[in-house]
Design a protein around this ligand. Structure first.
Ligand code: FMN
Length: 166
């Protein structure tokens, strides 16, 4: 059986983007960057204040790009940095924008030290009709040194690796 894979990600500083690109290389899935019209400051502290306010207000930033034909994908990886112990609010905008019924959804993230457990719980809560698989969190700068761990995680979730790492 061939599975059709989408790797959707939001990344502010580029580390989660690197993780997403590694998954893409290993699976040959389609890559999609989740973008918003909302401006986020580059520096940690002002960005953090804004992100916290959004979380407290359940404020969902507007998406500016759409996945073309989400129906064709049966497995959707969704990646992000951890912001305030969980997914940035734009991920909730993304969850709300599509029908994930019957799809495998696999979270992934990078963070300073917080794990992916809150994201896994939130994914299940907001996408009750999806099958949420075990996620993987990597440290901010850990993508290059974590290729064996990434491969093992993908295979554990039943993803066939069709390309060797370069
Ligand atoms: C607004 C903001 C909030 C953050 N909150 C957390 C946090 O709660 N826990 C944590 O471990 N790291 C936190 N971080 C660090 C990022 O999760 C981490 O550096 C991540 O790898 C950045 O990914 P990116 O390069 O894809 O944006 C935060 C960073 C920012 C900018």
């Amino acid at each position: 059986m061939t599975t059709s894979i989408l790797i959707a990600y939001f990344s502010h500083w580029g580390h989660t983007k690197q993780f997403a690109e590694k998954i893409q290389q290993l699976t040959d899935g389609d890559l999609f960057e989740i973008k918003t019209s909302r401006f986020y400051p580059e520096e940690h502290d002002p960005c953090s204040i804004q992100a916290h306010r959004e979380q407290l207000n359940d404020d969902r930033p507007e998406l500016i790009d759409q996945v073309k034909n989400m129906d064709q994908y049966d497995t959707v990886f969704i990646g992000h940095p951890i912001w305030w112990y969980r997914e940035p609010m734009v991920i909730r905008s993304f969850w709300a924008a599509y029908d994930f019924q019957g799809k495998n959804v696999i979270p992934f993230c990078t963070s300073g030290d917080v794990g992916i457990e809150n994201t896994e719980k939130d994914t299940q809560k907001y996408l009750p009709t999806a099958t949420v698989k075990t996620g993987l969190r990597l440290g901010t700068h850990a993508v290059d040194s974590s290729v064996p761990e990434i491969k093992e995680w993908l295979q554990r979730d039943g993803i066939k690796l069709i390309k060797e790492d370069k």
